[in-house]
Design a protein around this ligand. Structure first.
Ligand code: NAG
Ligand code: NAG
Ligand code: NAG
Ligand code: NAG
Ligand code: NAG
Length: 348
């Protein structure tokens, strides 16, 4: 048999098997969820007896920093050795780069997975530095459940102080700490939001570092009550609810539910710190698309910020899926264009 035919047959069999198992699950709901609906299997992770996770390495490749590239150079530097956190910096390969705005970045992965060195993320950040003419400071924060929230928030906040301290040669030589943007994708978008709120009352402590805005790319938020987009989209849209539920379960503080403000920031008219964000004049940019199960909550957050008088700009498009901006180069280019329109006085 020809190889492609074999592959197709395999795929069909797999699909049929999957449908069969799903049908079984639905007709016999007393049975424990298994195989395709077991989020641990879907994510290739195993929970150990002590509660920690084994993330099966084959599914979680990483790439080293890049010292010779026509796009951007990167390097890894420690953030906090006791916490085993570090930073990957990206400097555009341009003839002249001085006084670059600084993007402090948090990657996605539901707070429990992935790394700034995950190939897609690494290449997205390399392009971000080059396309926008910025120095990117991407934080390898601690993951849950080994370190539940607020650990990741504290690590990214610590990175802001690390930038302020200009302890690194690239930050000192090429960066302008008075033009910082906190940005993140998916769980990283959630982190950018919460860290932004925390930083809004630390402006004196962070000085001369100045934050100009927050960028939330398909941010990961939720709530106890399901939104329409959570319920209506098929599993093929990615991020089935068994996965997002598990991510919240493993990352929120013990005993909290999905109405915790880390997960559901729109309850009770949102954080009192939004008043501060408004006064500081930060711009908040949110990018999303309606093929993403998390879409409705992202729109809720956008509307909350608007109601609270925050300078918020949304870019909500049709179709696509969760993760599209960091996966597809053409969508990343559109996103960079959006960024330039929002922060037109700082970005290249
Ligand atoms: C899935 O099914 C197999 C065999 O029926 C069983 O051994 C396993 O414990 C099940 N896993 C879960 C998570 O229910
Ligand atoms: C930087 O980019 C230029 C132009 O593409 C290339 O010739 C050069 O080798 C790059 N520098 C490094 C150190 O990779
Ligand atoms: C470094 O960047 C270049 C693109 O400029 C790419 O071709 C190469 O694969 C990258 N190397 C690594 C180790 O990521
Ligand atoms: C996680 O799930 C368990 C079992 O369903 C539940 O008791 C616990 O409250 C959940 N924790 C969080 C943080 O969602
Ligand atoms: C999103 O931004 C891109 C790039 O600026 C633009 O082309 C597109 O029209 C925007 N879409 C929406 C819905 O605002």
């Amino acid at each position: 048999m020809e190889y492609p035919t074999k592959l197709l047959l395999f795929f069909l069999q797999f699909t049929i098997l999957t449908l069969h198992i799903q049908a079984l699950d639905q007709t016999n709901s007393s049975k424990p969820q298994n195989s395709t609906t077991d989020p641990y299997k879907l994510l290739h992770i195993i929970q150990n007896p002590d509660g920690s996770l084994t993330r099966i390495k084959d599914y979680y490749p990483t790439v080293p920093p890049n010292t010779s590239s026509s796009i951007s150079f990167s390097k890894d530097v420690p953030l906090n050795r006791d916490k085993n956190t570090w930073i990957r910096l990206y400097l555009p390969n341009n003839s002249k780069h001085v006084n670059l705005p600084i993007i402090i970045y948090a990657h996605g992965g539901g707070f429990i997975l992935l790394s700034t060195a995950t190939p897609n993320f690494d290449s997205f950040l390399s392009n971000t530095a080059r396309q926008l003419g910025v120095l990117v400071v991407s934080v390898e924060y601690r993951l849950a459940p080994e370190h539940r929230l607020p650990a990741a928030y504290n690590d990214v906040l610590e990175a802001l102080f690390w930038v302020k301290g200009k302890k690194d040669e690239w930050v000192k030589k090429y960066g302008d700490v008075s033009k910082c943007i906190i940005m993140g994708e998916s769980a990283g978008g959630n982190i950018a939001y919460i860290v932004g709120l925390k930083a809004s009352i630390l402006t004196r402590e962070l000085n001369p570092l100045v934050i100009k805005g927050l960028v939330l790319i398909q941010p990961f938020f939720g709530g106890v009550i399901r939104t329409r987009s959570e319920l209506k989209l098929p599993d093929s849209a990615g991020l089935p609810l068994v996965i997002t539920d598990l991510m919240w379960n493993l990352s929120l503080p013990l005993g909290a539910n999905r109405n915790h403000p880390y997960c559901n920031p729109v309850l009770g008219a949102g954080s009192s710190k939004l008043e501060k964000v408004k006064k500081l004049g930060w711009r908040v940019a949110i990018a999303g698309c309606d093929g993403d199960r998390l879409y409705d909550k992202q729109v809720e957050v956008f509307k909350l910020l608007e109601r609270r008088g925050v300078d918020v700009v949304g870019n909500f498009s049709k179709g696509d899926y969760h993760g599209v901006f960091v996966t597809e180069t053409t969508k990343a280019l559109l996103f960079f264009e959006f960024m330039r329109s929002v922060f037109y006085s700082y970005l290249a």
